[in-house]
Design a protein around this ligand. Sequence first.
Ligand SMILES: C[S@@+](CC[C@H](N)C(=O)[O-])C[C@H]1O[C@@H](n2cnc3c(N)ncnc32)[C@H](O)[C@@H]1O
Length: 370
Amino acid sequence: MPQCSRQKPSWTGREQMAHSDTPTLQQQAERLREWRAGFQAVYVIATGIQTGFFDQLAAHPQGLTAQELAQRTGCHTPYVAIWCASAYRYRLVDTHDGRYVLAPHIDSLLAGQTHPDSQAALFLNVVRDAGPRLAQHADYMKSGTMGSHAEAYGRNPIRLDPPPNQEALQWRLWCEEMRPRVPTLNDALRNGGRVLDVGCGPGLMLLQLAAAYPTASFVGVDVVELGGLETARRLIRARGCESRIHVECVAAEQMTYAEAFDGVLITRVFHEIPVEIRAALFRACYHALKRPGVLLNLDFAYPDTLEEFRQPLFWSGVDNQYREMVWGTVHPTWQEQHRMLTEAGFTAIERHFVPQIPQGTHYLAVAHKR
Ligand SMILES: C[S@@+](CC[C@H](N)C(=O)[O-])C[C@H]1O[C@@H](n2cnc3c(N)ncnc32)[C@H](O)[C@@H]1O
């Protein structure tokens, strides 16, 4: 009988990897099982938010049986019992005297939705919006069809009102990440300074700043009305801030402000700006700033090197890039951003990692006009 004559594969990648940390087949299989379990955990969590299970458990720290939870939420007891068991398996709940209680910190993260660390809106967004889009990626790969970010704001009803924890989150960002790094801007704001928020969306950062600095004034620009500027105008009116916050529909790269602001903020916007107009946006920001002035650009941390793709610090950027590619997102690397800032005229450019954001680690660029 001739021996099986299967040729050895000629690909050499494996040989190059063949050292002590080369995973076994079993380890790779286990990793795949974990991703699959994680996928299901997302749905268990989203269901717990949508049904009010987490809220009910948060309201009853002494615990609830599956039957009590089902009664309080108007759900089918046998299914609720299976949900509870799954939530226990995922360490979302613990048990105490035969009743289910929330596991540590799950109340802040998934119940109530107002805590700055709340991830509830993100889980709902994943199952309602991102999931169906991701399921079509095989088609997108072939067609290369590109949508736009405006779809997410203007046409998606769940984005019309900002998630309930956004104001607390913006305030924490300002107090803990931004303000300590820009003392000159803080002083200017205390003395009637002016700040521009580029891509202000519903204007939540402007509202926080207006409340904290009663003599300062603010301008916000954005291109989306529904879910963006419309919401901003409504909130500005409701809080009586019309005389100090002005928002307008202007594309960031077309702004013509000159020497008008002590600070410019760009928060979670830059990755949405088309690559070919990013340099113009930084130039417009530089032009808009007084001297001295400072630009703060907060966005997902995206890797510069292949090695960084496997570093957790950059996973929020890597994952967002995949999730939003069909909207035209192209995340800038730090080096690209640094080069564009320098070419626009900015100096003393710093990068700070910002871990405390529910979406994952971001970085904050601080760049000066001196
Ligand atoms: C993820 S949201 C962030 C909103 C807000 N800065 C925040 O942190 O909540 C991105 C915003 O950038 C706006 N945007 C995108 N491209 C823009 C452009 N060329 N000019 C002005 N705004 C833009 C979007 O309309 C959207 O409101």
